[in-house]
Design a protein around this ligand. Structure first.
Ligand code: NAP
Ligand code: ZN
Length: 352
């Protein structure tokens, strides 16, 4: 066991601050990583503020962060995938049971016994797992990903959650050339959704509450932008979408988007607001429409997504911040004021 520097929230109402945490020494299958960048996901904020208390109550102190890239510093004797000096990445999961049908299918995100990167029982040290707002982490090689060497590292970190969470449902439901695809909410997830849908050849329409994001949406790959508060603009798209990805973090009217689907169209929720959404039965049944959800993605698909990003040179648009600005960043997230992901430069932790 050794001590690592980290930023933690001591309680649901207190700001994050500097602390020391214990990490295990790498065992046979483990990879030890010096964390270089960690993205800030809105899930970090939900979790730190215990907004998901019904499903995943937060244990304090909480060290969030599941968009991790870094460099391997040490590997266990049985590690074959990595060596010291390699680039490496870790996303939302650090373990699973590896034996259930989901794990065998490479769909670890559905394993009933998975271990999330933070706020989950830690099988090695007891207590809960601690995430990437830290200078190092130790993870089983099976849950460590390779980062294509051409990618900017600060921009690559968000791929580990915002990237895979938007890539996976588009692949699963077969988003392809010629389809009309909507992306709701131009935040961290939404802006990756735009990049992937555009790269897959779809006609992409962004729905945003922020008129000042219009030019960016077009630059990121959207073909059209709709300001969702404008009912006339919304109405023009009624009954026309094959697929809509909803990446909104707060309460909103989901029926407005269900009504934009064509027959057999599908709204996929990736956003995870604190409160349940009210769904009108008629919106769904009139067009045999679907409302679905999708969590992150499995390890093989996460590697596939990273390789796709390497090939197409896709990364997140990031604002790089020192860890000392994390509390301010959370406040800005709540105001939809991020273009389009905060990425923490973990070198800033050295001065703590
Ligand atoms: P984010 O960067 O804060 O983006 C959320 C966007 O939602 C905002 O930029 C804003 O876009 C829109 N929005 C915010 N409040 C709104 C409101 N009241 N009404 C309508 N639109 C609103 O958050 P994120 O990191 O992308 O995460 C988005 C959600 O996905 C969070 O709930 C997060 O927990 C969840 N998530 C789920 C998974 C999964 O596995 N399914 C993985 C990661 C994250 P505009 O300014 O364009 O309107
Ligand atoms: Zn996330």
């Amino acid at each position: 066991m050794y001590k690592a520097k980290a930023y933690a929230a001591p309680s649901q109402t207190s700001p994050l601050g500097s602390t020391n945490i214990s990490r295990r020494d790498p065992t046979d299958q483990d990879v030890q990583i010096e964390i270089l960048f960690c993205g800030i996901c809105h899930s970090d904020l939900h979790q730190v503020r215990n907004e998901w208390k019904e499903v995943m109550p937060t244990v304090y102190p909480c060290v969030p962060g599941h968009e991790i890239v870094g460099r391997v510093t040490k590997v266990g004797a049985g590690v074959t995938k990595f060596k010291a000096g390699d680039l490496a990445a870790v996303g939302c999961m650090v373990d699973s049971d590896r034996t259930c049908p989901e794990c065998q299918a490479g769909l670890e995100q559905f394993c009933p016994n998975f271990t999330l990167t933070y706020n989950f029982p830690d099988k090695h040290l007891g207590g809960v797992t601690y995430g990437g707002y830290s200078d190092s982490i130790v993870v089983d090689q099976r849950f460590v990903l390779h980062v294509p060497s051409n990618l900017n590292l600060a921009g690559a970190a968000p791929l580990l959650c915002a990237g895979i969470t938007t890539y996976s449902p588009m692949r699963h439901w077969g988003v392809t050339k010629g389809q009309k695809v909507g992306i709701v909410g131009l935040g961290g997830l939404g802006h990756m959704g735009v990049k992937f849908a555009h790269a897959l050849g779809a006609h992409v329409v962004v729905f945003s509450t922020s008129p000042n994001k219009k030019d960016d949406a077009l630059r990121l790959g959207a073909d059209e932008v709709v300001i969702s508060k404008n009912a006339d603009e919304m109405q023009k798209h009624a009954g026309s979408f094959h697929f809509i990805l909803d990446a909104v973090s707060a309460d909103h009217d989901i029926n407005a988007y269900i009504n934009l689907l064509r027959r057999d169209g599908n709204v996929v929720l990736v956003g995870a607001p604190e409160k349940p959404l009210a769904v009108s039965a008629f919106g769904l049944l009139m067009g045999r429409r679907s409302l679905s959800g999708s969590p992150i993605g499995g390890i093989p698909e996460t590697q596939e997504m990273l390789d796709f990003c390497g090939k197409h040179n896709v990364t997140a648009d990031v604002e790089v911040i020192p860890i000392q600005k994390v509390n301010e960043a959370y406040e800005r997230l709540l105001k939809s004021d991020v273009k389009y992901r905060f990425s923490i430069d973990m070198a800033s932790l050295k001065s703590e």
